[in-house]
Design a protein around this ligand. Structure first.
Ligand SMILES: *[C@@H]1O[C@H](CO)[C@@H](O)[C@H](O)[C@H]1NC(C)=O
Ligand SMILES: *[C@@H]1O[C@H](CO)[C@@H](O)[C@H](O)[C@H]1NC(C)=O
Length: 252
């Protein structure tokens, strides 16, 4: 889930466990062209990258619900590429309100794993800070669709996170095949993607982008095997929860 020590992770997220792990880092990725994904957000706690996120309106950042356990206070960092570069012209904004999907349960099922961070200030769009489109109606994403993910998470289970934003292509896989590989029935709020790259600890909350639209949110993956997972990565399917997103958008 984040570029933090596993100890801290355990302290913050005691409910995580069983066969799934919270994703935090891009595997088989390459460095993104700086600011080519101006919607990317580093969600931070005390100046340390914790989760990914993405800007969906001037006042809202979308991320995963499991990133927040009602404890940390988040700061969102926009316009970043290299998190270690102190001279980078980033925009840091505090969070006013944590809007977790009402049907999300802190019980390891990761269903409705979506949260909207309502920002304290309206963000000004620029060359390095911009919105990404989200789907407005429930549409199936066809298997084999070519998509991509990006993040500052770990590049392997026992590796560290990346200061520079990494990205990788990944392919949507058929839901039945995904259910089979996970040996469970994933909910309609989930969509799967697999290979040639994947997410790892610290990438949670980042977007699954297909045709320049954010269709999913990095949610969970195969436990402790980021490099060579047997099970596909699972993403929150944004279109299914759009009615809730719309209701939040109305009030910000
Ligand atoms: C990561 O490190 C742990 C503990 O040292 C080890 O058991 C595990 O096999 C390693 N995993 C990978 C993918 O290298
Ligand atoms: C990364 O690439 C290797 C070599 O092609 C492959 O075996 C592995 O499964 C890939 N990892 C992910 C997460 O797709």
């Amino acid at each position: 889930m984040a570029l933090i020590s596993l100890l801290l992770l355990a302290a913050l997220l005691p409910y995580l466990g069983h066969s799934a792990s919270v994703n935090v880092g891009i595997v088989n990725g390459t460095q993104a062209k700086p600011h080519s994904r101006p919607y990317m957000v580093s969600v931070q706690v005390n100046g340390i990258h914790f989760c990914g996120g993405f800007l969906v309106s001037e006042r809202l950042v979308m991320t995963a619900a499991h990133c927040w356990n009602k404890k940390p206070t988040f700061t969102v960092v926009l316009g970043a590429h290299d998190l270690s570069d102190k001279n980078e012209a980033t925009v840091r904004v505090a969070v006013e309100k944590y809007q977790v999907h009402p049907q999300y349960r802190h019980d390891n099922t990761y269903d409705y794993d979506i949260m909207l961070l309502q920002l304290k200030e309206t963000v000004k769009k620029s060359k390095t800070v911009d919105l990404i489109t989200i789907p407005k109606k429930d549409e199936d994403i066809p298997p084999n669709a070519a998509c991509s993910i990006a993040g500052w998470g770990k590049t392997g289970t026992n590796k560290s996170g990346s200061n520079q934003l990494l990205e990788t292509p990944t392919k949507i896989i058929d839901k039945r095949r995904c259910n089979h590989l996970w040996d469970m029935s994933l909910t309609p709020r989930m969509v799967c993607a697999f290979h040639p790259g994947g997410s790892c600890w610290g990438d949670s909350g980042g977007p699954l982008v297909c045709n320049n639209v954010a269709v999913g949110i990095v949610s969970f993956g195969d436990e402790n095997t980021c490099e060579n997972p047997i099970k596909p990565d699972v993403y929150t399917k944004i279109s299914v929860v759009y009615p809730w997103i719309k209701s939040v958008l109305k009030y910000v």
